[in-house]
Write a protein that binds this ligand. Structure first.
Ligand SMILES: Nc1ncnc2c1ncn2[C@@H]1O[C@H](COP(=O)(O)OP(=O)(O)OP(=O)(O)O)[C@@H](O)[C@H]1O
Ligand SMILES: [Mg+2]
Length: 303
C-alpha cells in the first residue's frame, strides 16, 4: 500500500524485464491489432545478451472490452489455472503467453461462451482488477526464465486504467497508435499528455490505416482514405515523438485478427500472395516498428 501522503512507489512486474504499453487516447484506432502484432514481431527479435529469441507476453488491460482472447484465438478455452500460491497462470497460443479480463469473466452456462457478458463495475473494482492483472499473474513460465518484454494492450481514453498503470508500474516504453483523422489526433495528444504526467516514457507513434493500396492494380499508388499524413507528421514533430511506422489499411489484417491468427505470423511469401503489396508492406513495417521498440527498450541504438 502507498505511504499516506507520500508519493506512490512504482513497482516492477515480477519475472518481467521490460514493460511496453500500446495506447491511444482514441478508441478503435487499432491498438489491440498493433499490440498483438508488435508482440509477435518482438518475438522474432533476438535478446542481445543470450542471442535467443525475445521472450514476450501480452497483457490485456482493456477491462470493459477485452480483445486479446479473440485476437489470440483463445475464445472458450476455459479459465486460467492457478499456482499453489494463488497466482494466475497465463494462457498460451502460437507460443506466446497472455492474460486478459476476458479469461476471468464467468461464461454463459448454456453456450460456454462469455463474449456477450458485460462488465458492469465502478472505478474501485476496475482498479482492483487492474492491480490483479498487473501483479497476480505468474509470468515465470515452466522453465522459470520469465519474460524479456510484456506488451500491454491499453483501453481507449484517459481513465482509471492508464492512470493506475502509470502510477503503480515502472513502464519502460509506450507505443501510441493513431489514425490520420484530426479527431483521432486531438485525442492522441490528450493521451500523450496524460502518460507524460505519470512519467511513462513515449517510445513513438504508429500511424495506422495511413493509406490504402488497391490489391488488384498492377502498380497501385497510395490512396489516403482518412486524409494525408501531413497533420500527423506535424503533430509528431511538435510533440517531439518519433514515428515508428506507418501501416496501410489491409483487409487481411482485420480478418486474420478475427480468426485469432496474428498477421505478422504469416511468412513473407504467403502474405504477399494472399494480401498483395499492401499486406507485405504492413508486415515489413510492423517488423520495423518492433525493431525500433526493442532498440529503444534496451537503448542500443537511437531511433
Ligand atoms: N491496418 C488495418 N487494416 C485493416 N483493418 C484494421 C487495421 N487496423 C485495425 N483494423 C481493424 O479495425 C478494428 C479496430 O481495431 P482494434 O480493435 O485493434 O482497435 P482498438 O484501438 O484496440 O479498439 P478499442 O479502442 O475498442 O480497444 C478491428 O476490426 C481491426 O481488425
Ligand atoms: Mg482494443
Amino acid at each position: 500500500m502507498p505511504r499516506r501522503g507520500g508519493p506512490i512507489e512504482k513497482r516492477s512486474i515480477v519475472n518481467v524485464e521490460k514493460v511496453v504499453a500500446v495506447a491511444s487516447g482514441k478508441g478503435g484506432v487499432g491498438k489491440s491489432t498493433v499490440a498483438i502484432n508488435l508482440a509477435f514481431a518482438l518475438a522474432l527479435q533476438k535478446n542481445e545478451k543470450t542471442n535467443a529469441p525475445l521472450r514476450v507476453g501480452i497483457l490485456d488491460l482493456d477491462i470493459f472490452g477485452p480483445s486479446i482472447p479473440t485476437l489470440m484465438g483463445l475464445i472458450g478455452v476455459g479459465e486460467p489455472a492457478l499456482t499453489k500460491t494463488g497466482s494466475i497462470l497465463p494462457l498460451t497460443n502460437h507460443g506466446i503467453p497472455c492474460m486478459s479480463m476476458g479469461f476471468l469473466i464467468p461464461s454463459n452456462l448454456t453456450t460456454g461462451d462469455n463474449t456477450d457478458t458485460p462488465i458492469v463495475w465502478r472505478g474501485l473494482m476496475v482498479q482492483k482488477a487492474v492491480q490483479q492483472l498487473l501483479f497476480d499473474v505468474d509470468w515465470s513460465s515452466q522453465d522459470g526464465q520469465g519474460l524479456d518484454v510484456l506488451v500491454i494492450d491499453m483501453p481507449p481514453g484517459t481513465g482509471d486504467v492508464p492512470l493506475t498503470l502509470g502510477q503503480l508500474v515502472k513502464v519502460d516504453g509506450s507505443v501510441i497508435v493513431s489514425t490520420p483523422q484530426d479527431v483521432a489526433l486531438s485525442d492522441v495528444r490528450k493521451g500523450i499528455a496524460m502518460l507524460r504526467k505519470v512519467s511513462v516514457p513515449i517510445t513513438g507513434f504508429v500511424l495506422n490505416q495511413a493509406f490504402y493500396l488497391c490489391p488488384t492494380c498492377s502498380s497501385p499508388t497510395p490512396r489516403y482514405l482518412f486524409g494525408k499524413p501531413d497533420n500527423f507528421r506535424n503533430v509528431a514533430e511538435r510533440l517531439e515523438v518519433p514515428i515508428l511506422g506507418e501501416l496501410p489499411l489491409v483487409e487481411g489484417v482485420s480478418t486474420s485478427g478475427d480468426g485469432g491468427y496474428p498477421f505478422v505470423l504469416g511468412s513473407v511469401g504467403a502474405v504477399k500472395e494472399a494480401h498483395g503489396a499492401a499486406g507485405a508492406t504492413w508486415r515489413d513495417e510492423m517488423l520495423q516498428v518492433a525493431k525500433r521498440v526493442s532498440s529503444d527498450l534496451w537503448n542500443n541504438t537511437s531511433l
